[in-house]
Design a protein around this ligand. Sequence first.
Ligand code: URA
Length: 432
Amino acid sequence: MQMLDIIIKKRNGYELTKEEISFLVKGYTNGSIPDYQMSAFLMAVYFQGMNDKEATTLALEMEHSGDVLDLSRIKGFKVDKHSTGGVGDKTSIVLAPLVASLGIEFAKMSGRGLGHTGGTLDKLESIPGYNIVLSPEEFINQVLNIHIALIGQSGNLTPADKKMYALRDVTGTVDSIPLIAASIMSKKLAAGADGICLDVKVGSGAFMKTIEDARHLANLMVQIGTSCGRKMTAILTNMDEPLGLAVGNALEVKEAIDTLNGKGPSDLRELCLFIGSYLVMDAGLADNVDSARKLLEEQIENKMALRKLAELVDAQGGNSDYIYHPELFEEAEEIIPVTSATCGYIKRIDSYSVGRASMLLGAGREKLTDEIDPIVGIVLNKKVGDYVNAGDVLGYVHTNGKNTEEAIKMFSDSFEYSTEKLDVKLILDVIR
Ligand code: URA
């Protein structure tokens, strides 16, 4: 079998066989297929697509390209959650301790931010001492002890995805439905959870710009997971404005802590309760969404969820004083209010631009090797649907002096106005 023949077959729009997909995943992982051939193949997939059967085969081949975690020592129902990537998305930092505080096993491997989107690992690392590296043994033991672990992708899990994702990132082939589905599902399957909830973001700050594409991606991922015996839920959520108010690592952790204290922004709280309800039902603790939600609300009210976050931080070497006293987080040198030049209802806050502005300040990275500044970012003061007068504060830029003017302009330009109030819908669909 030759990679060249596979590239040409896909370029001409034909369906690939299991053997061909297996050949290219194995060959790329072991280095016998070079980047330039894989790049051409990925671009062929980008334009010609893959049918659901090919995408499923690709996901399974990528899952088995390295180690697969065996979580069977953890007897309870194990849950996991994954977002397709958004701006201000600190859901995992709220959701994981919230669900785990009910005794449900939350064993999660997260990623770093890239481009305009943030990553849970970078956010967690803004808590002094937090260690994102545990061996598979330590990861399992921690879940056995405290029902929760939040770490980086460990060891040799899905090496094919690591290489392919890095290549896609620099070849303009990230936003392809079969490639995203295979990338996400290979990692989720290899990480071993029984119940998986996918938060599929839709809108300007997301890879999926339309509801139709998001639904297609969600259906495909649910189908792949279900065919492997996992309980799958995909929730389509709006990314036409950042989630919550804070964008930037420590700023987002502080907002997650606020939310676990019952005080966070309503959209973030709603999303966490919504996703959490499905995981609680999957774990068998409730038989309908309302009773699942009640259980979770109680865990916020009685502070058990907040305590679980502190317990997680302690277990992973972090300083849990920061969870009970978020005022300990360092502040940026300057906090600059950005005001509106016009009046009207806010119609859209372009998440992509807000994410890019925060990145320019140093909160994100262009390349994986870039250093990030954990304390800079942006805190919105207005959301879609709010009315503003000229001179009202739209948000605050937290800066240590890097690209401040450019970031302020980008943030300010991300607002679109209308003469009528728009209703925003956060949850667009649920696919089970
Ligand atoms: N997140 C992933 O893990 N993979 C993709 O391809 C896109 C988003």
